[in-house]
Design a protein around this ligand. Structure first.
Ligand code: SME
Length: 153
């Protein structure tokens, strides 16, 4: 298996440092978004949507702003991931009927769920300007960050 562009250990080390300093939830989510995007291509934008009843609420992001700050469960790719209790990796968003566009530049999207004890807390939604931006190795790297967040937020 090739190595991931994203180094989860680097992101997790920073999150654990912040958690030890008693950083709040928003600071942890914001830091995770910024640190993931720092990995560069294919990580164009990182959006932390957290589950609140039947909606996903954008609590932090790094990259292009989006007008989609609240997404109902079941809507868009983000809402589908929650409804299906599954990560979603779409190589070409132009081919997806569910896709809600945030930017015309976005070509692919990876959604990784943040779960604690099997319960969905939210998700890390990553956009890329590259078609097929994320492979299984990147998904596994993002999942490690999501699992870390689940234990500290
Ligand atoms: N593309 C997402 C919406 C979120 S923005 O991309 C940040 C979706 O289809 O649910």
């Amino acid at each position: 298996m090739s190595q991931s562009v994203l180094s989860p250990t680097t992101v997790i080390a920073e999150l654990q440092r912040l958690a030890a300093e008693r950083a709040g939830r928003l600071q942890l989510l914001q830091s995770a978004a910024a640190k993931i995007r720092e990995a560069g291509e294919p990580y164009t934008g990182v959006y932390m949507y957290m589950l609140n009843d039947d909606s996903l609420v954008l609590e932090a992001f790094d990259g292009r702003p989006t007008e989609h700050t609240v997404i109902p469960v079941g809507s868009g790719l983000c809402g589908r991931a929650v409804a299906e209790n599954s990560n979603i990796n779409v190589g070409d968003v132009g081919q997806s009927e569910d896709y809600i566009a945030c930017s015309v530049e976005t070509k692919s999207e990876l959604i990784v769920l943040i779960r604690r004890d099997g319960q969905i807390l939210g998700q890390i939604d990553v956009d890329s300007d590259t078609v097929n931006g994320f492979n299984e190795v990147e998904e596994a790297a993002v999942q490690k960050v999501a699992d870390c967040l689940a234990s500290i937020i």
